[in-house]
Every structure is written in C-alpha cells, then in structure tokens.
Design a protein around this ligand. Structure first.
Ligand code: E4P
Length: 222
C-alpha cells in the first residue's frame, strides 16, 4: 500500500519523506490556504517545492475550475509543471469529462470528493489514475467510510479497473490499518496519523528495559 501525506506543509512533507515511507502528497485548496499560499505564482512555486522534496512520487494538485474548458486549461498548466504532478479534479460532470480528456492525453488524474461507489465507478470508467473516497467525512455524518472502500475494492476487482483507490480524509492510525486490510491501493493521511503507527507502549517499555540492562552490564564491567 502506498502512503501519501495529506498536507501542503513543507516541513511535514520533509519529515514524512525523511522517514523513508512516503510515496506522494495530496493537497487541496483548503490545505494550500492553511499554509497561506495564494496567487498563481506562489501556488506554482509551492507545488515545485513539494515536487523537489518528493522526487519521482505523486503530487496531487487540485484545479479550482469547475467547467470543462477551464479544467482543461488549468490541469494542462499544472501537469506541465513537473512529471510528478497528478491533476486533482472534482467529481462533477465536467470533471468526469475532463478526466477522460486528460487520460487520453496521458495526464495523470486524481478524482476527488468521492462519496459513493457509483461516483468511483464513473471515475474509473473515465480512466482516472486515482479515485479519492473521503472516509473521514463519511464517518463524520455517521456513515461507514470503510464500507465505501470495501465496495469500491469489490467493484474495481470485478472488472479489473486499474484506477487506484486512494483512501482520503483518513484521520487515524486505525483508518490506515483498516484500509490496508481491505486492500486500498493508497492512503493519504496527516503526518500525525502516519507517525502514530510507530507507537506501542510495549515497544517503549521494552526499549527502556533493554537500554537499562545494557547500561547495568556496562557499569558492572568497569
Ligand atoms: C484528499 O485528498 C483531501 O485532501 C483530504 O483527504 C480531505 O481530508 P479532510 O476530510 O480531513 O479535510
């Protein structure tokens, strides 16, 4: 399973990259705004800085446009920035048409804001590289986000769709583990959820004991 980090924060992207487990980054307009990134020039600079850290990973850059012609213009400009850029397109009618267009042009896409298996099926039919079902936002409205990942896995496997399931709006380490059990191709999560996977109290207490025993043995030798 691939690990993407869901942030536009360069320090966090660098930290996850340094851990050696990072395959990509997902951003969205809200995450860019959170970092105070606005204006075309700054947005472009920021995507390039992310691509510099990630190297040949995948960096999802979301279009703001919502009509076919405008999505194409914006998406093509984003795709030209760096070979790692994946054009992130919302699950709307013009978005699906744009995904089909980008697919035919060999431009990678991530269909975002997916909340049903029917939407995921349409994105796969259009040839999306990734489809992003938002697990956490479904959980927020008392709907089982993980059930959606399971349903999409079944549908894609039934027909051999190559579109990768990118579980998004993943917020906890348990979300990540459940996605891995189901067979999600990718998860995108905040740094806190990724690093939480490191933690186990028995690891901490076991390491403390090993180090204390080693120190005792070393002191006894002197
Ligand atoms: C997906 O690519 C989105 O950026 C993201 O996962 C949304 O997560 P949120 O629901 O925690 O905002």
């Amino acid at each position: 399973m691939k690990f993407f980090i869901d942030t536009a924060n360069l320090a966090q992207i660098q930290e996850a990259h340094d851990l050696g487990v990072l395959d990509g980054v997902t951003t969205n307009p809200s995450l860019m705004a959170k970092e105070g990134i606005s204006g075309q020039e700054n947005v472009i600079k920021h995507y390039l800085a992310i691509c510099d850290i990630i190297g040949d990973g995948a960096v999802s850059a979301e279009v703001i446009a919502t009509t076919f012609d405008e999505i194409i213009v914006e998406g093509e400009a984003l795709a030209k920035l760096h070979p790692s850029i994946v054009v992130k397109v919302p699950m709307i009618k013009d978005g699906v048409k744009a995904i089909k267009y980008f697919t035919e042009k060999g431009i990678k896409t991530n269909c975002t804001l997916v909340f049903s298996s029917g939407q995921a099926l349409l994105a796969a039919k259009a040839g999306a590289t990734y489809v992003s079902p938002f697990v956490g936002r479904l959980d927020d409205i008392s709907t089982d986000g993980m059930q959606l990942i399971e349903d999409i896995r079944l549908i894609f496997d039934n027909y051999g769709y190559e579109t990768q399931i990118l579980a998004a709006s993943v917020r906890t380490p348990m979300h990540i583990i459940t996605c891995a059990k189901i067979g999600s191709d990718v998860i995108t999560a905040p740094l806190s959820a990724i690093t939480a996977l490191l933690k186990h109290p028995l690891t901490d207490s076991g390491l403390a004991t090993f180090l204390a025993d080693h120190a005792k043995a070393a002191a006894a030798k002197v």
